[in-house]
Design a protein around this ligand. Structure first.
Ligand code: BEZ
Length: 215
């Protein structure tokens, strides 16, 4: 009988692993240091959607750096395949790979993270994203099918929210962007909120308390 793995859930410790990558061997937790990380899988080298995604992540790398987020991609292809494909990415997308691409040819990491969804495809990884915090806990996960490229600007936006909400007692509303008003978390009493937000808040409903983004 096939063993069923529990999916990785928010708040779980991101499993540690060692793997080969285009930037040399990686021991995940050690590589992360005390910052944030994003680990994302793509189904296959030399495929069109993946080519555009990797070029885009390379373009956005300075934005991840600004947020102290390390980036690692992964597919079940080999290091030599990644190496030749990297040249195509640079040529067609105008951005050379500037982050490690893990060569998970034995599917060790893919299995550990549940990146292969057999009812979608039993050999290739789906488009998984794991955002991991400095405490090594999983803060956000996303799963897209092979046919739908991800929006990495949205992932940066979500990271801005994760970093803000982990620091202050706030939550971010729909479509929130850096600099816009935020919501006082429901876990904070009005009494506590008065201490944290002495300038007060707007409350169209008692449970909907809106304040400027704290800095
Ligand atoms: C792509 O990246 O275009 C792709 C990869 C695997 C299956 C389908 C599409």
């Amino acid at each position: 009988m096939k063993e069923t793995m529990m999916p990785i859930q928010l708040g779980d410790i991101a499993p540690d692993f060692t793997a080969e990558s285009t930037a040399g061997p990686i021991r995940f937790h050690q590589w992360m240091g005390d910052g944030w990380a994003i680990l994302f899988s793509h189904p296959k080298d030399f495929t069109p959607v993946c080519t555009t995604e990797l070029g885009e992540v390379a373009r956005l790398k300075p934005e991840f750096d600004k947020r102290n987020v390390k980036v690692a991609g992964l597919s079940v292809d080999s290091i030599s395949s990644h190496g030749s494909w990297a040249e195509d990415i640079r040529e067609t997308q105008g951005h050379a790979l500037n982050f490690p691409l893990i060569a998970d040819h034995d599917r060790k990491v893919s299995d550990l993270y549940g990146m292969i969804h057999p009812n979608a495809n039993d050999t290739l990884t789906v488009r998984s994203v794991f955002v991991v915090g400095p405490d090594k806990k999983v803060k956000l996960t996303l799963t897209y099918p092979a046919s739908t490229g991800r929006n990495f600007e949205e992932i940066l936006r979500a990271i801005d929210s994760l970093q803000l909400t982990s620091k202050f007692g706030v939550a971010t509303p729909v479509n929130w962007k850096q600099g816009e008003d935020v919501i006082i978390a429901s876990s904070i009493s009005d009494e506590d909120a008065k201490k944290r937000f002495p300038d007060g808040w707007k409350a169209p409903k008692p449970y909907l308390r809106i304040v400027p983004q704290p800095r």
